[in-house]
Design a protein around this ligand. Structure first.
Ligand code: F6P
Length: 554
């Protein structure tokens, strides 16, 4: 297959695109007067028309403020914006990341092995990762004093932390039945507040540090890694070489930087520039996931994502989950002017899902310059935040139910709890807790949608106790929270982010807005330490720095 050259991609500002956009705007004028309670009353087939099952996931869009006609018009806009060609370009390895001149091939990491004999760097790294995982889980990997590993600390930040953290916690009940189970910890914050209490508790002789950084220059990660190294070298002063060899693994796209830092060549796992940081959990960045669920589980995760990749490429748009999810968000943001989205997993295992999605979406699509180098005059990504749903009910649902802002909500739950290993596996009350949680999920989305009309009628209810409703939501039900289903869910979100970026004409694979953050703090260290350079600062920053210096004086 040859890659589609970028200049062959259809222009965005065509008559067809303008017409599709205008048709949607006119349609939105009517939609502004719709109430979800009426939409349900008027169309008993609404759920059947506006829901979809793919990759072990059921998506229900019927509680969104839209109709089948809306989706048809949105598909017309996607067609006019060249989505079909863009999808082909993505999967042909075209340079969809045009500001960095490279493809985005995270999907390549979850493809099945190539026919035997063909060199396949992806499978080679997977095999290398498998060897490391097996040695750790079998107890063959030894610390410098000869002890088996009991604790693994992943040191990384952003994409080198959030994906592996989210998936390891989500799937922790799927650990292999045989073998050792190292505890897997995550350290990301540069201030040392996460690593310090861990080092207080861990035994250096049985601890392995995984330094995860695509660039291997991120100061957050390197400062935590340096602290961990200092801790180990202090513990074993006479075993300097062995400390690095036995207690550190590195994961990066920059092997030379890993070597320079001291990671032994055998302990280096590689991935590539064409995998974006926030799209990298499928690579060796997923090592903590593999250590949690075993290599078979990790391959299942990849298989689930691969299934979603194929669905995205092949399914007609009427039944294409990433396309529809992307279009619904565009409808809410650009046509209904709903600029906030709440991500609400009804499953504590998905407690890191909101942070993961925040990075995936806001770092990808928080952009304002389009492919033609023009500043856009429409919204791109909404503001996204979230929390485990039942806990959020006792925190910010008040605003969702009775505040002044429309918020698009996203409910995510597992229809069946699924496999549970460990001593709690047989506890019947846990099944009841699962049902209780699902009941809350369904009850909340219903009340948010229908408002008072979801309740028994009582005209005498005072206004402060009323529910306005019409708060739109999507519900995503995983058949079960297995590695395969989670793989499909993550790939679904990756692709829907791409769909939206195509409609908005922006590059979802760079992050120039945060690159500067990696540099600007350097000079400020001097200001804080010695005051040097303070004169050139603005009055606020200068005064804050002076206050810190003053307060730190002994
Ligand atoms: O915060 C910006 C960012 O570049 C993210 O995109 C990335 O996931 C994170 O930093 C970590 O980068 P690295 O893996 O290179 O340490």
């Amino acid at each position: 297959m040859t890659a589609v050259p970028l200049h062959d991609l259809p222009p965005r500002h065509t008559d067809a695109a303008r017409d599709a956009d205008r048709a949607l705007r006119e349609h939105a004028e009517q939609a502004r007067h719709w109430h979800l309670a009426d939409l349900f009353a008027d169309d008993p087939q609404r759920f059947e028309t506006l829901s979809l099952h793919a990759g072990g996931l059921l998506a229900d869009f019927s509680k969104q403020r839209l109709t089948a006609e809306t989706l048809e018009k949105l598909r017309a806009l996607a067609g006019a914006r060249g989505l079909e060609t863009w999808i082909r370009c993505l999967f042909d390895g075209g340079e969809v990341n045009w500001t960095e001149g490279r493809p985005a091939m995270h999907w390549r990491l979850r493809q099945p092995p190539r026919p035997q004999g063909e060199p396949d760097p992806v499978q080679e790294q997977l095999a290398h990762m498998e060897r490391i995982v097996k040695r750790i889980l079998s107890g063959q990997w030894r610390g410098c004093e000869g002890d088996a590993i009991t604790d693994v600390v992943n040191v990384g930040v952003g994409g080198s932390d959030l994906g592996p953290l989210m998936a390891s916690v989500a799937l922790h009940e799927n650990h292999p039945r045989e073998g050792r189970r190292p505890r897997v910890h995550f350290v990301s914050s540069m201030d040392g507040s996460q690593i310090a209490p861990l080092l207080d508790e861990l035994n250096p002789a049985t601890t392995l540090i995984v330094v995860s950084s695509k660039s291997f220059t991120t100061v957050d990660t390197l400062s935590n890694a340096a602290t961990a190294r200092y801790w180990l070298e202090q513990a074993f002063p006479k075993r300097n070489g062995a400390v690095l060899r036995c207690h550190f693994v590195g994961v990066s796209a920059k092997p030379e930087r890993m070597s320079e830092w001291g990671i032994h060549e055998d302990n280096q796992l590689l991935f590539w520039d064409w995998v974006g940081g926030r799209y990298s959990l499928w690579s060796a960045i997923g090592l903590p996931i593999a250590l949690t669920i075993g290599m078979d589980g990790f391959r299942e995760l990849l298989a689930g994502a691969n299934e979603m990749d194929r669905h995205f490429q092949d399914a007609p748009w009427e039944h294409n989950l990433p396309v529809l999810l992307g279009l619904v968000d565009v409808w809410n943001l650009n046509f209904l002017n709903i600029t906030a989205r709440a991500v609400l997993p009804y499953d504590g295992r998905l407690k890191h899902w909101p942070s993961y999605v925040e990075q995936l979406e806001m770092e990808s699509n928080g952009k304002s310059v389009d492919r033609d180098g023009e500043v856009v005059d429409y919204h791109t990504c909404p503001v996204i935040w979230g929390e485990v749903g039942p806990n959020a009910q006792h925190a910010f649902y008040q605003l969702l139910h009775q505040g002044t802002q429309p918020v698009a909500c996203e409910f995510i739950a597992a229809a069946r709890h699924g496999r549970r290993n460990g001593n709690s596996a047989e506890l019947q009350p846990l099944e009841e807790q699962h049902i209780l949680t699902l009941a809350n999920c369904l009850a909340q989305s219903r009340l948010l949608a229908l408002g008072d009309r979801a309740l028994a009628e009582d005209d005498g209810t005072p206004i402060h106790k009323r529910y306005r409703g019409n708060q739109p939501s999507t519900t995503l039900l995983l058949d079960e929270l297995t590695p395969r289903h989670l793989g499909a869910l993550v790939a679904l979100y990756e692709h829907k982010v791409f769909v939206q970026a195509v409609l908005w004409g922006i590059n979802p694979f760079d992050q120039w807005g945060v690159e500067m953050g990696k540099k600007i703090a350097k000079d400020m260290i001097q200001v804080l330490e010695s005051g040097a350079g303070a004169d050139g600062l603005d009055a606020s920053t200068r005064a804050l720095a002076a206050y810190v210096r003053e307060t730190q004086k002994p």
